[in-house]
Each structure stands twice: as structure tokens, then as C-alpha cells.
Design a protein around this ligand. Structure first.
Ligand code: TRP
Length: 460
């Protein structure tokens, strides 16, 4: 197989951490985490989620960065190279390919939702939320999220901007953008958290987030927390393997992975500290579901002093977070096209951007209510209503755990001990902890997430 090793590299260890954090931090932290925490009763859910990041997320993150850095190619080829090195079946390269495919599919609906965030920036800044009730913000969201032309326009903008950045290359395009957006995101987030805690109901928010009441947590909630630890760290999407391939050789994989997980988790918790004080201060419902930041929060923005500014900053922050994830995903595909198909970066961007745009139409059509995308059937344990829900369920709930499980088995059981310990170059104790986690803890936990599909655990 003809494929070149990459010569691209991040300029420093810090840049790798910032870029990988950018890939991890996204809608999952600011949109999804707060609403699933709200739906699952708060503190106890957060505790399980933190445990899942430690026991599941971090070991797999380490494994993916390891595979990328040792292979120095795109995800499929890196996995193949390592399988060959371990004298194992080259079919193990599927771990990489499957990740790349599911990541790209995730991106097809992720760009549409990122488009919503984009659309809300001008709305917020122009004071469109002023004095609205929850019904009115609900109607506004309902309209914005299913208007075909607007959806198409904003999604196209997200994809074009992503391709422009990726087209410029790792150092100029990716680093240049991420270097501005990530600090920007943190500054906005901290400023908003201070503001929300200053003016909102901080005591209830902290109690809700950090006081564990296990009577409010169901088995279903535990499994959602496990699944989310994968989603939020962008695991099983090819992203971390791709970014690992650009990581300088001397840098410690374990230490950097810990930093990435810490940075990602802190964004999720800070987002909670922005959203809940406002939600509680205005007597809104924390468990209202996916509309939490698009429907509930605007009601509060519309009532507070300087609300349009705060709202504008909030949605700009959301756009930054989403954008650094879309960049990472397109980069993974572009890197593969450049390395193994010999395309120029520009051509690879145009090709992957076009394919992504066509795929994103499936989600756009689903929201716009186009007839062929609407149906109602059971799809692997879940009632789905449109094509978007099929893609979301297929990726987040099926491909992600499957691919994560395969990665854990590959790194823990197939790769030779000498190889992984040489690449990780960690202390004996750290290495043993990782190896135990990846061989035993992760597979068992992922299997539990996966069994969730069949409803085996969900029913009790
Ligand atoms: N980690 C991202 C977030 O929290 C979600 C994500 C996972 C993702 N895999 C991806 C985004 C692949 C784009 C492509 O928002």
C-alpha cells in the first residue's frame, strides 16, 4: 500500500494540547453535557461522568494518540502499520477506518448543529430575545431549526470556512486558527461563568452539579455518562489518531492526554456554571432536554441587563468550540487523501468538503421535513423519526462504542507490550495502570454501553 508518513508536526507540546483540546471541546461540552446532566438529575450523573472520563476516556485517548504517533499516518494506515509491527492480521486497520467513517458521519450532522449556533449569533446581538417567553423562544428555535434555506446557508458557511482553514495546512491554517479560538473560548467562558455566578442562583447550581443524589440516577443515565465520555473526547472518530501523528516524538503521551482530558472536562463543568445559575435564577427547567441552550437560555438572556451582549458572547463561544472540532475532523480525512491518494491539500479539501456537504443535506432535509427523510421505525433498540436520528444513533450509540471497544482490544491485547511501553515511555506504575484499564476496564465498560442498545440494562 502506497502511503507516505506525515512530516507535518505541531510546533510544540503546548500546541498539541491546545489543538487536541480544541478537537475535544465542542457542542458536546456546551450543548450536550448541560442538558444530559439536567435530564439525569445532576450531581450523581456528573460523578459517574467524571469516573468514566478517568476509567474509560483517558485510557482510550492515550491508546489513540499512541497509535497515531507511532504510525505517523492517517488512522487506517497507522493502525495497519502497527498491526504489521505486531505480526497481527492487517484487518485490524479497520479500527482506524471505522473511526474515520463514523467521525465523518458525526461531522455531517455536527456541521448542521454548528450552523444553528452560527445563526444564533446575529439573533442574539440584535436583541431578538428581548422580553420573549419560553413559548416564544421555543417557536423561534422551531422556526430557525427547520427553515430549509437558512439551514442550508449556515451549514454551507460552516463547511466552507472549515475547508478554508484546513486548506492552509497544519501550521498556518490549523495552528493559526486554534491559537486564537481556544484562548478566546476560555476567556469568554470564564467571563460568562463569573457573570452567571455573580447574578444567578449559584448556590443551587453548585448543589445541582456537585451534590450527588443517587436516587435520581437510573441505569440508563449511567450508560449515557459512559457513552458521553467517548463523544466528548472525540474518541473513535479518527481525530485523535490524526492529531497524534503530528505530535513531536519526545513528548509524554500520558501527561498530555491527562491535560487534554482535564481541559475538556473543565469546559463542560464551566459551561454548567454558566447555564445553571441562569436557569435556576429564572425558575426555568434544567431537565428540559436538547433545547436547553437554544430555548431556555434565551428567555433568561432576554430578561437580564445587557442580555444581548451576554447572549452574543455565549453563542460566539459555542461557534468557536464547534469550529475547532469540525476542523479536526476534516483534517483527518484530508490527511488521508493527501498521504495515500497523493492529492494536493487544496484538492483534498474540495473533495472532502463536497462529500461532507452532500452528506449534511441528509440532516438538513431531515430537519426541514422533506418526506423521504421522515419515517417512524425501531432502529437497533431506538425509535427513530427521521434520517438525522438514524445517523445520530448509528454513530453515537453504535459505531462509537464498537470502535472504542476494538481500539481497546487492539491496544491492550494485540499490540506488543514492548511497543506500547516504549511509545508511552511512562513509569512502571503508570504503565501498569494504563494497561490494566485498557485490557479490562474499558472493554467491560464499553460492552455495558453497547448492551444498553438491546435494552438489557435499561429496563431495570
Ligand atoms: N468531541 C466533540 C464535542 O464534544 C464531538 C465529536 C466527537 C466530534 N467526534 C467528533 C465532532 C468527530 C466532530 C467530528 O463536541
Amino acid at each position: 500500500m502506497n502511503t507516505q508518513k506525515t512530516t507535518d508536526q505541531w510546533s510544540s507540546r503546548l500546541m498539541f494540547i491546545i489543538a487536541a483540546t480544541g478537537a475535544a471541546v465542542g457542542l458536546g461540552n456546551i450543548w450536550k453535557f448541560p442538558y444530559i446532566t439536567g435530564e439525569n438529575g445532576g450531581g450523581a450523573f456528573v460523578l459517574v461522568y467524571l469516573g468514566a472520563i478517568l476509567a474509560l476516556g483517558i485510557p482510550v485517548l492515550i491508546a489513540e494518540v499512541l497509535v497515531g504517533r507511532r504510525g505517523r499516518q492517517s488512522p487506517g494506515h497507522s493502525a495497519r502499520t502497527l498491526a504489521l509491527e505486531a505480526h497481527a492480521n492487517t484487518k485490524w486497520q479497520l479500527v482506524g477506518w471505522l473511526g474515520l467513517c463514523s467521525g465523518f458521519l458525526i461531522l455531517s450532522f455536527y456541521s448542521v448543529i454548528a450552523g444553528w449556533a452560527f445563526a444564533y449569533v446575529p439573533k442574539a446581538l440584535m436583541g431578538d430575545f428581548d422580553g420573549l417567553t419560553a413559548e416564544q423562544t421555543g417557536a423561534m428555535f422551531g422556526q430557525a431549526s427547520c427553515d430549509p434555506l437558512a439551514l442550508l446557508g449556515w451549514t454551507t458557511l460552516v463547511i466552507v470556512l472549515t475547508c478554508v482553514v484546513v486548506g492552509k495546512g497544519v501550521k498556518k491554517g490549523l495552528e493559526g486558527t486554534i491559537r486564537v479560538m481556544m484562548p478566546g473560548l476560555y476567556v469568554l467562558l470564564i467571563a460568562l461563568a463569573v457573570y452567571a455566578c455573580w447574578t444567578g442562583d449559584t448556590r443551587r447550581a453548585i448543589e445541582f452539579l456537585f451534590y450527588p443524589d443517587f436516587s435520581k440516577l437510573s441505569w440508563g443515565g449511567v450508560l449515557i455518562a459512559l457513552g458521553h465520555s467517548f463523544f466528548t473526547l472525540s474518541l473513535a472518530s479518527g481525530v485523535m489518531i490524526t492529531y497524534g501523528a503530528y505530535m513531536p516524538s519526545k513528548v509524554s503521551i500520558v501527561r498530555t492526554s491527562l491535560w487534554i482530558a482535564l481541559a475538556d472536562t473543565s469546559v463542560a463543568l464551566l459551561a454548567g456554571l454558566v447555564i445553571y445559575p441562569i436557569v435556576f435564577a429564572h425558575g426555568l427547567d434544567a431537565g428540559q432536554g436538547p433545547g436547553l441552550i437554544f430555548v431556555t437560555l434565551p428567555v433568561a438572556f432576554g430578561q437580564m441587563p445587557a442580555g444581548s451582549l451576554v447572549a452574543g458572547l455565549f453563542f460566539i463561544m459555542l461557534v468557536f468550540a464547534a469550529f475547532t472540532s469540525t476542523i479536526a475532523m476534516i483534517e483527518s480525512v484530508v490527511a488521508w487523501l493527501v498521504q495515500s491518494k497523493g492529492m494536493t491539500r487544496l484538492k483534498a479539501c474540495v473533495v472532502s468538503g463536497t462529500v461532507l456537504w452532500v452528506l449534511s443535506l441528509l440532516t438538513v432535509c431531515s430537519f426541514a421535513g422533506v418526506p423521504f427523510t421522515q419515517f417512524d421505525f425501531m432502529f437497533v433498540g431506538k425509535q427513530v423519526h427521521n434520517l438525522f436520528e438514524v445517523i445520530d444513533h448509528l454513530t453515537s450509540d453504535i459505531l462509537l462504542p464498537l470502535c472504542g471497544l476494538a481500539m481497546a482490544i487492539f491496544a491492550g491485547w494485540i499490540l506488543k507490550r514492548e511497543v506500547t511501553s516504549e511509545e508511552l515511555n511512562a513509569s512502571a506504575l503508570t504503565y501498569s495502570i494504563w494497561r490494566f484499564a485498557i485490557r479490562w476496564v474499558t472493554p467491560v465498560a464499553v460492552l455495558a454501553v453497547f448492551l444498553n442498545l438491546t435494552g438489557v440494562l435499561q429496563n431495570n
